[in-house]
Design a protein around this ligand. Sequence first.
Ligand SMILES: [Cu+2]
Length: 122
Amino acid sequence: MPSHRHVRRALVFPLAAALAACALVPAEPVTVVAQNIEFTPKVIQLPAGQGFHLTLDNRDDGIPHGLSLQTRTSGVEPDELWASQIQIGPTRAEYDIPALAAGPYLLICPVHPNMQVELNVG
Ligand SMILES: [Cu+2]
């Protein structure tokens, strides 16, 4: 029968390794391009618990776009967690977004609600 000491070490080591791996891999900066009243990319995957740098690259001349970050849980009313200013293109705007809990989110243009990016965190 293993001693308590052995059991504890077996549990702690994988956790320490997982934390070290997280610390070594910062969240990639994210760029959302708005062109022809469409966002690219359509889906973004991010690690949970890490802030990230978000760029909105509005390439639509004379057309306003923005980003609203919302929760996306089926059957639940979306919650707006953050919103950028509306920017008239062509222009680039950069934002620092705080760490998000794991889960599904949506980036949506308040001016054109059919412009959407699925943001999956976790
Ligand atoms: Cu828009």
